[in-house]
Design a protein around this ligand. Structure first.
Ligand code: GLU
Length: 439
């Protein structure tokens, strides 16, 4: 039977990193096995569901590159893929339980009668666990339908997993204790349960379950700050799994070939935003310029940087790529390249331009550079160093004021690359302008 996995979020308006990781593991397993990955929206709790909440899920998954084969927006052979539209199917399954004498009414609610037999859960991650179901006080008969006719999660979740022919249920360990109840339902419905894999919880630094209040617990956080989706996917896959050999930086194709559902460890994972930040820097540095451009462009456009044409923007992106930590930093890092009205940071001015002799040094550098006919960074660098040597000063004595002169600040892209991108005329004009600020 070909593999079918699913991500079954409730539309809460929030895509939690734990949910995103569940989606990722399901997606990886389906893709590794030429299977299908299904998106099912568990929206039986009608009051909370809004279009916006659906959008958060779609946007988050799309951003992470987790494409689904069947889902509410895509359709498929087992739709509809949102529970609020599957009432007729649930009625049919309830009738099966009724016919088998598995349910009874209790104050208007419908409850499922446990067989009170031990249930063995054979979990890919957690191993074999036997649940003793004999005590109604600890394992009461579960309600499957409320008096108002609405359905309870356990029942519709199992019905859908049967109907949608899912072969593997990969989900958070918080559902492990539900699994024996689900298996009882499968048995009563005469269906074979799927294979289960319960993945470890994600904890915050205090050892508590990562909650909405913890920084970075929402995928939107990463999207807005300008993390790269490949870094976030990379980080998420390390929460509970490792490729071994202390490897951490992984590109998505590598994750796809190395990921092993059977190797997920049982220990809870600690959410480490610093690690994710570090990985983001790694991914930014190692990605192609084309990919960087694709990811950075929306941020640049949103900030209204007037770069003119994409051909003018490209060299600017190339010189900041090795330096930026978030894509949202890009507009600020390139802005000065596209306007002569760039601001001067007073502290940077005080530290270099305003130092005695800085104006003269800048002028000397300007005249040395003006002789260059080849305006490329390596040539510019040589000339600057040669000029410093001739003047008997350290290169830094020229580098620092020059940096502040052309960019207004003391940190930024590589100096010579910056000069190259600006072009000779604009670089030298900026030297002249900055000399007014120099001592
Ligand atoms: N809607 C459930 C949740 O959000 C899905 C549980 C499952 O994957 O079976 O936790």
């Amino acid at each position: 039977m070909s593999v079918r996995t699913r991500f079954a979020p409730s539309p809460t308006g929030f895509l939690h990193v734990g949910g995103a990781r569940t989606a990722l593991f399901n997606w990886l397993y389906a893709r590794q096995n030429d299977g299908k990955f299904i998106l099912r929206i568990e929206d039986t709790d009608a009051a909370r569901n809004t279009e916006e909440a659906y959008k958060v899920i779609y946007d988050g998954l799309n951003w992470l590159g987790l494409d689904w084969d069947e889902g509410p927006d895509k359709g498929g052979p087992f739709g509809p893929y949102q529970q609020s539209e599957r009432n007729a199917i649930y009625e049919k399954y309830l009738a099966v339980l009724e016919a088998g004498g598995h349910v009874y009414e209790d104050n208007g609610a419908i409850r499922f009668r446990s067989q009170r037999k031990p249930v063995l859960v054979e979990d890919i991650v957690c191993g074999k666990i036997e649940f003793d179901m004999s005590n109604p006080a600890t394992h009461p008969d579960m309600t499957i339908r409320r008096p108002d006719g609405s359905w309870i999660f356990h029942f519709v979740n199992v019905v859908d997993d049967i109907e949608m022919q899912l072969t593997h249920v990969i989900r958070g360990e918080d559902h492990l204790s539900n699994t024996p109840k689900h298996i009882e339902l499968y048995q009563a419905l005469g269906a074979t349960p799927p294979k289960f894999a319960h993945i470890p919880l994600i904890l915050n630094h205090e050892g508590k379950k990562l909650s909405k209040r913890d920084g970075g617990s929402s995928i939107t956080y990463f999207l807005d700050l300008g993390y790269t989706p490949e870094a976030v996917a990379n980080y998420l896959c390390l929460l509970g799994w490792s490729p071994g050999e202390n490897r951490e930086f992984l590109k998505t194709p590598e994750i796809l070939s190395l990921f092993d559902l059977g190797q997920i460890n049982r220990r809870n994972s600690i959410f480490d935003l610093d690690k994710c930040f570090w990985l983001n820097g790694q991914h930014l540095q190692h990605m192609s310029l084309e990919r960087f451009e694709e990811l950075a462009l929306p941020f640049v456009d949103k900030a209204g940087v007037s770069y003119g044409t994409i051909d003018a923007l490209r060299p600017a992106l190339a010189i900041v790529k090795p330096k930026v930590k978030h894509l949202s930093d890009v507009p600020d890092w390139i802005g000065f390249l596209f306007t002569e009205e760039y601001p001067f940071d007073p502290e940077a001015v005080a530290k270099s331009l305003a130092k005695p002799g800085a104006g003269d040094r800048l002028q000397a550098l300007g005249s040395a550079l003006s002789a260059l006919s080849d305006w490329t960074h390596a040539v510019i660098e040589l000339k600057l160093k040669e000029t410093a040597a001739t003047m008997g000063v350290k290169a830094g004595e020229l580098v620092h004021p020059a940096r502040v002169a052309v960019s207004g600040r003391s940190v930024g892209p590589g100096l010579y690359e910056m000069f190259e991108v600006l072009g000779k005329a604009r670089t030298l004009a900026r030297f002249d302008k900055a000399r007014a600020l120099a001592a």
